[in-house]
Design a protein around this ligand. Structure first.
Ligand code: NDP
Length: 246
């Protein structure tokens, strides 16, 4: 297992936005970035969960985070423009963006995917990430060096039956990352994808309700990969997909 041991405050004065920061892998990433000094912008759907992460960061002695309650299913380009304006006003730049939030509907045959499920998965997993990236790239460009991380899945690299819209959305994310990485080659923005692999979260439990989840790695176990890709000054990767459990 890869272990990354950066300097204790390597993210000091860095502004990092994490989507889906209230639970699972996003929560662990937000706490890790804050532990290494970052000011974290916690974006998510359930305010109570975001507040709990906020409290934990403060209790750990971290920099004051910001909370952005936003349901990506209903957010419009105006919401993202407003968010970009607030970040610019408050911080003047953005050093990191982790696209982590995503939606998994019930697994099932392709022919039974409803219009509603298709639209909502594409909205949360693809369109919202397109809109958020378009809105925040100018701020990532303002940082001396910055990092843009997308989250994929094994079924977004080699699809499997019954994973339907979720798998297809992750292929789109891989494409988005590759388009951007090529456009922003040598720009100072490191752009990559991470595939966390089977990790003990609510989403995993939904997909595999019968498995013994004590056998799975926890979000904390895979944080070295999230720290490495966020370390824009030292990360040598650009345009790749890092497998956290390969
Ligand atoms: P969880 O379901 O545990 O957490 C997902 C987070 O995203 C939650 O905080 C959730 O908020 C938030 N979220 C979901 N929908 C929305 C929305 N519409 N608007 C805003 N926030 C939203 O998932 P994981 O931590 O397991 O997954 C994190 C990422 O890793 C995802 O992209 C997933 O596809 C990927 N992944 C996970 C694997 C695993 O084994 N766990 C394997 C491969 C990939 P709330 O709690 O408020 O609903």
């Amino acid at each position: 297992m890869f272990t990354y041991n950066p300097k204790p405050q390597f993210l000091k004065n860095k502004i990092i936005l994490v989507t889906g920061a209230g639970d699972g892998i996003g929560k662990a990433a937000a706490l890790s970035y804050a532990r290494f000094g970052a000011t974290v912008i916690l974006l998510g759907k359930t305010v109570k969960k975001l507040e709990a992460v906020y409290d934990q960061i403060i209790a750990n002695g971290g920099a004051d985070p910001a909370i952005v309650p936003l349901d990506l299913a209903g957010a419009t380009p105006n919401h993202y423009a407003g968010l970009a304006g607030s970040i610019e006003q408050q911080f003047g730049k953005l050093d990191g963006l982790l696209h982590n939030a995503s939606k998994l509907t019930d697994l099932g045959p392709f022919l039974l995917i409803s219009q509603e499920d298709w639209q909502s998965v594409m909205q949360v997993n693809v369109t919202s990430q397109f809109n958020l990236t378009q809105a925040l790239l100018p701020l990532l460009k303002k940082a001396k060096s910055s990092s843009l991380i997308f989250t994929t899945s094994s079924v977004g690299l080699k699809a499997r039956a019954y994973w339907g819209a979720y798998a297809i959305s992750k292929f789109a994310i891989q494409g988005m990352m590759e388009v951007l990485a090529d456009e922003f080659e040598n720009s100072g923005i490191k752009i990559n994808c991470i595939n966390p692999g089977a990790t003990r979260t609510n989403m995993r439990a939904k997909a595999y309700p019968a498995e013994d989840n004590t056998l799975l790695l926890t979000p904390d176990d895979i944080m070295s990969y999230y720290l490495y890709l966020m370390d824009a000054e030292n990360c040598t990767e650009h345009g790749i997909t890092l497998h956290a459990q390969a």
